[in-house]
Write a protein that binds this ligand. Structure first.
Ligand SMILES: Nc1ncnc2c1ncn2[C@@H]1O[C@H](COP(=O)(O)OP(=O)(O)OP(=O)(O)O)[C@@H](O)[C@H]1O
Ligand SMILES: [Mg+2]
Length: 268
Protein backbone atom coordinates (compact mmCIF):
# COMPACT_ATOMS: atom_id res chain seq x y z
CA UNK A 1 0.00 0.00 0.00
CA UNK A 2 1.57 3.23 -1.14
CA UNK A 3 0.21 6.77 -0.99
CA UNK A 4 1.13 9.36 -3.57
CA UNK A 5 1.42 13.08 -3.02
CA UNK A 6 2.24 15.90 -5.39
CA UNK A 7 2.92 19.41 -4.12
CA UNK A 8 3.11 22.45 -6.34
CA UNK A 9 4.32 20.37 -9.30
CA UNK A 10 5.40 22.15 -12.46
CA UNK A 11 6.76 20.84 -15.78
CA UNK A 12 8.28 23.03 -18.47
CA UNK A 13 8.60 21.65 -22.02
CA UNK A 14 10.10 23.71 -24.86
CA UNK A 15 10.13 26.74 -22.54
CA UNK A 16 6.38 26.41 -21.95
CA UNK A 17 4.94 25.56 -18.56
CA UNK A 18 2.57 22.68 -19.39
CA UNK A 19 1.95 21.61 -15.79
CA UNK A 20 1.63 24.45 -13.33
CA UNK A 21 1.28 24.37 -9.55
CA UNK A 22 -0.50 21.02 -9.33
CA UNK A 23 -1.03 19.55 -5.87
CA UNK A 24 -2.69 16.18 -5.37
CA UNK A 25 -3.06 13.63 -2.66
CA UNK A 26 -3.86 10.02 -3.52
CA UNK A 27 -4.36 7.87 -0.41
CA UNK A 28 -3.07 4.29 -0.67
CA UNK A 29 -5.58 1.94 -2.26
CA UNK A 30 -7.63 4.67 -3.94
CA UNK A 31 -8.20 5.63 -7.58
CA UNK A 32 -7.72 9.19 -8.82
CA UNK A 33 -8.61 10.09 -12.41
CA UNK A 34 -7.36 13.10 -14.33
CA UNK A 35 -9.76 14.52 -16.88
CA UNK A 36 -9.40 17.56 -19.09
CA UNK A 37 -9.21 18.55 -22.76
CA UNK A 38 -6.44 17.63 -25.19
CA UNK A 39 -3.18 19.29 -24.22
CA UNK A 40 -4.32 19.98 -20.62
CA UNK A 41 -1.20 18.30 -19.21
CA UNK A 42 -2.61 14.93 -18.07
CA UNK A 43 0.05 12.77 -19.75
CA UNK A 44 2.83 15.15 -18.76
CA UNK A 45 1.74 15.03 -15.13
CA UNK A 46 1.64 11.20 -15.24
CA UNK A 47 5.10 11.23 -16.82
CA UNK A 48 6.37 13.44 -14.01
CA UNK A 49 4.88 11.03 -11.44
CA UNK A 50 6.66 8.08 -13.08
CA UNK A 51 9.94 9.99 -13.14
CA UNK A 52 10.02 10.11 -16.96
CA UNK A 53 10.13 13.91 -17.13
CA UNK A 54 11.79 16.45 -14.83
CA UNK A 55 9.54 18.52 -12.59
CA UNK A 56 9.64 21.30 -10.03
CA UNK A 57 7.88 20.90 -6.69
CA UNK A 58 7.60 17.55 -4.95
CA UNK A 59 6.22 14.16 -5.98
CA UNK A 60 6.54 11.51 -3.31
CA UNK A 61 5.53 7.90 -2.66
CA UNK A 62 4.95 7.38 1.06
CA UNK A 63 7.11 10.44 1.61
CA UNK A 64 10.01 9.27 -0.63
CA UNK A 65 10.62 11.67 -3.48
CA UNK A 66 10.44 10.09 -6.93
CA UNK A 67 13.47 12.09 -8.04
CA UNK A 68 15.58 10.29 -5.41
CA UNK A 69 14.68 6.78 -6.54
CA UNK A 70 16.95 4.73 -8.81
CA UNK A 71 15.21 3.44 -11.92
CA UNK A 72 15.05 -0.14 -10.64
CA UNK A 73 13.55 0.96 -7.30
CA UNK A 74 11.11 3.19 -9.16
CA UNK A 75 10.04 0.29 -11.41
CA UNK A 76 9.19 -1.81 -8.36
CA UNK A 77 7.05 1.03 -7.04
CA UNK A 78 5.29 2.42 -10.12
CA UNK A 79 3.99 0.65 -13.24
CA UNK A 80 2.89 2.68 -16.24
CA UNK A 81 0.53 2.16 -19.16
CA UNK A 82 1.59 5.00 -21.48
CA UNK A 83 -0.87 6.67 -23.85
CA UNK A 84 1.15 5.82 -26.95
CA UNK A 85 3.62 3.01 -26.21
CA UNK A 86 6.08 1.90 -28.89
CA UNK A 87 5.87 -1.65 -30.23
CA UNK A 88 9.32 -3.24 -30.08
CA UNK A 89 10.27 -4.98 -33.34
CA UNK A 90 10.57 -8.76 -33.28
CA UNK A 91 9.15 -9.22 -29.77
CA UNK A 92 6.42 -11.72 -28.91
CA UNK A 93 3.50 -10.90 -26.61
CA UNK A 94 4.91 -13.26 -23.96
CA UNK A 95 8.34 -11.59 -24.01
CA UNK A 96 6.68 -8.18 -23.95
CA UNK A 97 4.67 -9.09 -20.83
CA UNK A 98 7.83 -10.53 -19.24
CA UNK A 99 9.48 -7.12 -19.64
CA UNK A 100 7.41 -6.16 -16.60
CA UNK A 101 9.43 -8.65 -14.54
CA UNK A 102 12.75 -6.94 -15.41
CA UNK A 103 13.05 -5.10 -12.06
CA UNK A 104 13.02 -8.49 -10.29
CA UNK A 105 15.43 -10.39 -12.55
CA UNK A 106 19.06 -10.26 -11.36
CA UNK A 107 21.57 -8.58 -13.66
CA UNK A 108 22.60 -11.05 -16.39
CA UNK A 109 19.93 -13.44 -15.06
CA UNK A 110 16.86 -14.86 -16.78
CA UNK A 111 13.24 -14.98 -15.72
CA UNK A 112 12.25 -17.58 -13.11
CA UNK A 113 9.42 -20.13 -13.24
CA UNK A 114 7.52 -17.74 -10.98
CA UNK A 115 7.95 -14.89 -13.48
CA UNK A 116 6.68 -17.14 -16.28
CA UNK A 117 3.72 -18.30 -14.20
CA UNK A 118 2.74 -14.72 -13.42
CA UNK A 119 2.98 -13.70 -17.07
CA UNK A 120 0.91 -16.75 -18.04
CA UNK A 121 -1.80 -15.87 -15.54
CA UNK A 122 -2.06 -12.33 -16.89
CA UNK A 123 -2.20 -13.63 -20.47
CA UNK A 124 -5.20 -15.73 -19.43
CA UNK A 125 -6.90 -12.91 -17.52
CA UNK A 126 -6.55 -10.48 -20.41
CA UNK A 127 -7.52 -13.04 -23.06
CA UNK A 128 -4.10 -12.96 -24.69
CA UNK A 129 -3.06 -16.60 -24.25
CA UNK A 130 -3.78 -17.57 -27.84
CA UNK A 131 -1.70 -14.61 -29.03
CA UNK A 132 1.28 -15.18 -26.73
CA UNK A 133 3.64 -16.19 -29.55
CA UNK A 134 2.52 -13.49 -31.96
CA UNK A 135 4.72 -10.44 -32.49
CA UNK A 136 3.47 -7.27 -30.79
CA UNK A 137 3.84 -5.50 -34.17
CA UNK A 138 1.21 -7.89 -35.55
CA UNK A 139 -1.60 -7.25 -33.05
CA UNK A 140 -4.73 -5.14 -33.38
CA UNK A 141 -4.76 -1.85 -31.45
CA UNK A 142 -6.87 -3.31 -28.64
CA UNK A 143 -4.88 -6.57 -28.42
CA UNK A 144 -1.69 -4.55 -28.05
CA UNK A 145 -3.27 -2.24 -25.49
CA UNK A 146 -4.23 -5.27 -23.37
CA UNK A 147 -0.64 -6.55 -23.71
CA UNK A 148 0.63 -3.20 -22.40
CA UNK A 149 -1.66 -3.53 -19.38
CA UNK A 150 -0.49 -7.13 -18.83
CA UNK A 151 3.13 -5.93 -18.90
CA UNK A 152 2.36 -3.17 -16.37
CA UNK A 153 0.46 -5.55 -14.04
CA UNK A 154 3.24 -8.15 -14.19
CA UNK A 155 5.47 -5.50 -12.61
CA UNK A 156 3.41 -5.93 -9.40
CA UNK A 157 4.04 -2.36 -8.34
CA UNK A 158 1.81 -0.85 -5.65
CA UNK A 159 1.16 2.24 -7.79
CA UNK A 160 -0.37 1.97 -11.27
CA UNK A 161 -0.47 4.87 -13.74
CA UNK A 162 -2.89 4.42 -16.64
CA UNK A 163 -2.84 6.95 -19.48
CA UNK A 164 -5.98 6.41 -21.58
CA UNK A 165 -5.73 2.64 -21.05
CA UNK A 166 -8.99 1.90 -22.86
CA UNK A 167 -8.65 4.23 -25.86
CA UNK A 168 -8.40 1.30 -28.31
CA UNK A 169 -10.67 -1.14 -26.51
CA UNK A 170 -14.22 -2.12 -27.44
CA UNK A 171 -16.86 -1.52 -24.77
CA UNK A 172 -16.70 -5.06 -23.38
CA UNK A 173 -12.92 -5.16 -23.11
CA UNK A 174 -12.84 -1.63 -21.69
CA UNK A 175 -15.21 -2.64 -18.90
CA UNK A 176 -13.29 -5.87 -18.30
CA UNK A 177 -9.94 -4.06 -18.01
CA UNK A 178 -11.21 -1.33 -15.69
CA UNK A 179 -13.03 -3.87 -13.48
CA UNK A 180 -9.82 -5.89 -13.28
CA UNK A 181 -7.87 -2.84 -12.16
CA UNK A 182 -10.56 -2.02 -9.61
CA UNK A 183 -10.51 -5.58 -8.26
CA UNK A 184 -6.73 -5.34 -7.82
CA UNK A 185 -7.17 -1.99 -6.12
CA UNK A 186 -9.63 -3.53 -3.66
CA UNK A 187 -7.77 -6.82 -3.09
CA UNK A 188 -4.13 -5.68 -3.11
CA UNK A 189 -4.56 -2.05 -2.14
CA UNK A 190 -3.24 -0.84 -5.48
CA UNK A 191 -3.09 2.95 -5.78
CA UNK A 192 -4.30 4.01 -9.24
CA UNK A 193 -3.92 7.27 -11.12
CA UNK A 194 -5.45 7.34 -14.58
CA UNK A 195 -6.23 9.77 -17.36
CA UNK A 196 -9.53 9.02 -19.12
CA UNK A 197 -11.37 10.85 -21.88
CA UNK A 198 -14.68 9.07 -21.38
CA UNK A 199 -16.19 11.16 -18.63
CA UNK A 200 -19.00 8.76 -17.69
CA UNK A 201 -16.46 5.96 -17.28
CA UNK A 202 -14.10 8.29 -15.41
CA UNK A 203 -16.86 8.98 -12.90
CA UNK A 204 -17.73 5.30 -12.53
CA UNK A 205 -14.27 4.13 -11.54
CA UNK A 206 -12.57 6.99 -9.70
CA UNK A 207 -12.80 7.81 -6.00
CA UNK A 208 -11.64 11.30 -6.85
CA UNK A 209 -11.60 13.28 -10.10
CA UNK A 210 -9.25 16.11 -10.99
CA UNK A 211 -10.06 18.40 -13.91
CA UNK A 212 -6.95 19.88 -15.51
CA UNK A 213 -6.97 22.74 -18.00
CA UNK A 214 -3.89 24.55 -19.29
CA UNK A 215 -1.74 22.62 -16.84
CA UNK A 216 -3.68 23.69 -13.76
CA UNK A 217 -6.23 22.03 -11.51
CA UNK A 218 -9.52 23.82 -12.16
CA UNK A 219 -11.81 21.49 -10.20
CA UNK A 220 -11.57 18.37 -8.12
CA UNK A 221 -13.86 16.18 -6.07
CA UNK A 222 -16.54 13.58 -6.72
CA UNK A 223 -18.01 12.89 -10.17
CA UNK A 224 -21.04 15.00 -9.30
CA UNK A 225 -18.82 17.91 -8.27
CA UNK A 226 -16.47 17.82 -11.27
CA UNK A 227 -18.61 16.54 -14.14
CA UNK A 228 -21.01 19.44 -14.36
CA UNK A 229 -22.48 20.87 -17.57
CA UNK A 230 -20.89 24.25 -16.76
CA UNK A 231 -17.35 22.93 -16.23
CA UNK A 232 -17.51 20.63 -19.27
CA UNK A 233 -18.79 23.46 -21.45
CA UNK A 234 -16.18 25.90 -20.13
CA UNK A 235 -13.17 23.63 -20.48
CA UNK A 236 -14.03 21.24 -23.34
CA UNK A 237 -16.24 23.59 -25.35
CA UNK A 238 -18.69 20.68 -25.46
CA UNK A 239 -22.47 20.69 -25.23
CA UNK A 240 -23.52 17.93 -22.89
CA UNK A 241 -26.35 16.94 -20.64
CA UNK A 242 -25.27 15.49 -17.32
CA UNK A 243 -27.74 12.99 -15.90
CA UNK A 244 -27.62 11.71 -12.37
CA UNK A 245 -27.52 7.95 -12.15
CA UNK A 246 -29.89 6.93 -9.32
CA UNK A 247 -27.32 4.30 -8.31
CA UNK A 248 -24.69 7.02 -7.88
CA UNK A 249 -22.38 8.72 -10.33
CA UNK A 250 -23.33 10.63 -13.44
CA UNK A 251 -23.92 9.98 -17.13
CA UNK A 252 -22.45 12.52 -19.54
CA UNK A 253 -24.41 12.63 -22.81
CA UNK A 254 -23.06 14.65 -25.76
CA UNK A 255 -25.76 16.78 -27.40
CA UNK A 256 -26.23 17.79 -31.03
CA UNK A 257 -27.18 21.46 -31.47
CA UNK A 258 -30.92 21.94 -31.34
CA UNK A 259 -31.71 18.49 -29.97
CA UNK A 260 -32.72 17.85 -26.42
CA UNK A 261 -31.76 14.85 -24.38
CA UNK A 262 -35.42 13.75 -24.40
CA UNK A 263 -35.10 13.07 -28.14
CA UNK A 264 -32.16 10.77 -27.43
CA UNK A 265 -34.63 8.79 -25.39
CA UNK A 266 -34.40 6.10 -22.83
CA UNK A 267 -32.13 7.74 -20.26
CA UNK A 268 -33.89 8.93 -17.14
N1 LIG B 1 7.67 16.20 -25.62
C1 LIG B 1 7.04 17.38 -25.65
N2 LIG B 1 7.70 18.50 -26.01
C2 LIG B 1 7.06 19.69 -26.02
N3 LIG B 1 5.79 19.89 -25.69
C3 LIG B 1 5.10 18.81 -25.32
C4 LIG B 1 5.67 17.49 -25.29
N4 LIG B 1 4.74 16.63 -24.90
C5 LIG B 1 3.62 17.35 -24.70
N5 LIG B 1 3.83 18.65 -24.96
C6 LIG B 1 2.84 19.74 -24.84
O1 LIG B 1 2.45 19.80 -23.48
C7 LIG B 1 1.06 20.08 -23.38
C8 LIG B 1 0.42 19.01 -22.53
O2 LIG B 1 0.48 17.78 -23.23
P1 LIG B 1 -0.05 16.42 -22.64
O3 LIG B 1 0.37 15.34 -23.53
O4 LIG B 1 0.37 16.35 -21.22
O5 LIG B 1 -1.63 16.67 -22.70
P2 LIG B 1 -2.82 15.67 -22.38
O6 LIG B 1 -3.68 16.36 -21.37
O7 LIG B 1 -2.31 14.34 -22.05
O8 LIG B 1 -3.60 15.67 -23.77
P3 LIG B 1 -4.37 14.47 -24.54
O9 LIG B 1 -5.78 14.51 -24.02
O10 LIG B 1 -4.33 14.94 -25.96
O11 LIG B 1 -3.67 13.20 -24.31
C9 LIG B 1 0.54 20.17 -24.80
O12 LIG B 1 0.44 21.52 -25.15
C10 LIG B 1 1.59 19.46 -25.62
O13 LIG B 1 1.65 20.04 -26.91
MG1 LIG C 1 -2.43 12.55 -22.94
Amino acid sequence: MTALTAQDVGVTLLERQVVDGVSLSVPAGTWLTLVGPNGAGKSTLLRAVSGAVAHSGTIAFDGVEVARLRSRERARLVAVVPQDPTRPEGMTVLDYVLLGRTPYIPYLGTESAEDLAMAGELLDTLELRSLSHRLVTELSGGEFQRSVLARALSQQAPVLLLDEPTSSLDLGHAQQVLELVDELRASRGLTVVSALHDLTTAGQFADHLVLLADGRVVAQGSAQEVLTEELISAHYGARVRVLTDPQGGVVVVPLRPGRSVREIGGVA
